[in-house]
Design a protein around this ligand. Sequence first.
Ligand code: A5P
Length: 231
Amino acid sequence: MDREEMKRAAASRAVAEVEDGMILGLGSGSTAAFAVEALAARVAKGLRIAGIPTSKATAALARQRGVPLTSFAEHRRIDLTIDGADEVERGTLHLIKGLGGALLHEKIVAAASARMIVVVDDSKLVHRLGTRAPLSVEIVAFGWQSVLDRLREAGVAPKLRTGEGENEPFVTDGGNYIADCTVTDISDPAGLEQRLAALVGVVESGLFVGLASRAIVGGPTGLTVLDRPIA
Ligand code: A5P
């Protein structure tokens, strides 16, 4: 399998766990897009579900493919969220997310979900978070320079993400900016998440601690299903 096939296979396997009547969280990114496609195929055959999208891009894809959408105005609790990740820590299933810039809405949806299945290809599996991806931190636009100073003082080497124009900041769906932070070998994800959240001007970090219950990993020889151990 090539990488795209691994992602598609993982996404399809996760969608097989969707049951009639569920409220779903629809993740963002290329792997989560395969899940929306697989869901659309099941909806076309009569599956009744409604999804809360985590980004404008996912909402647009779902609408285009005929996947019914809903919102927190109608549903406070989500049965199952299927989303991608930038890193998945073996054993704990703690995640780094946010390279796609949708981390805030993804985290709100994940936190409201009874279950979260993360779908990835095997390049995303790591022994320690901070191995292959920067840590994205969503920050308010106002005074971003001072927020970056605070992140620097916290020891995470931030760089403001730029958008289409090299000098234009990337703006999230929530109207905020993203600081991509160089981190290595995160030994205490929960502690780091709390330290970052306490900084003035930080909206949310891309550390997802204790949110994923299952990871479905596509590899060259097939799929592996990893479950978070019960605490
Ligand atoms: C979006 O903000 C991210 O959290 C994505 O879930 C993550 O970047 C994974 O995307 P891919 O499936 O495209 O690698």
